[in-house]
Design a protein around this ligand. Structure first.
Ligand code: 4NP
Length: 165
């Protein structure tokens, strides 16, 4: 029996981008039959929206693509960072905030930007739809990043779709 692999997505408010990434990756993990192997969560670096459901724009885009979403906003803790195997930030300002939280190098080797896994997108940051309203564009970027991230995790851990051992 293997320990689950923990993926934690991070944005600022945990109501727009990181809950979308959480739902999209979980959907892909389920479709690949890997839900016993890969756990997915999200959190924000800020505390303004703790306890709130995802933004209506995020819920609407997920609904349109037939992707389930559960949960409500929370603020990241040092313990979350310790427990995660992959800490995936939506943008470079989230990376900087996470590095300020880090104690004792808990982030070493875990931290990446989501779009590092979608170099074809040609951008490094997932733009914040809280300000732009561009939830569809954000979905396309998040979907591409999650596709690449899942392939990366499967390669690193010798997993393939349908693996249950
Ligand atoms: P998110 O978007 O980081 O993608 O959840 C934001 C949500 C709320 C705020 C900023 C960004 N805010 O300033 O309240």
């Amino acid at each position: 029996m293997h320990q689950p692999i923990n993926v934690l997505f991070i944005c600022l408010g945990n109501i727009c981008r990181s809950p979308m990434a959480e739902a999209v990756l979980r959907h892909k993990v389920r479709a690949a039959g890997l839900e016993d192997r890969i756990r997915v969560a999200s959190a924000g670096t800020g505390n303004w929206h703790i306890g709130e459901p995802a933004h209506p724009g995020t819920r609407e885009v997920l609904r349109r693509y037939g992707i389930a979403h559960e949960g409500c906003a929370r603020q990241v803790t040092l313990r979350d960072l310790q427990a995660a195997d992959y800490v995936i930030a939506m943008a470079q300002d989230n990376l900087r905030a996470l590095r300020q939280l880090d104690r004792g190098g808990v982030l070493d080797g875990k931290l990446a930007l989501l779009l590092d896994f979608a170099p074809q997108a040609g951008v490094r940051d997932v733009p914040d739809p809280y300000y732009t309203g561009e939830f569809e564009r954000v979905y396309e970027l998040v979907n591409a990043g999650c596709e690449g991230l899942l392939e990366h995790i499967c390669r690193e851990h010798g997993l393939s779709a349908g693996t249950t051992a």
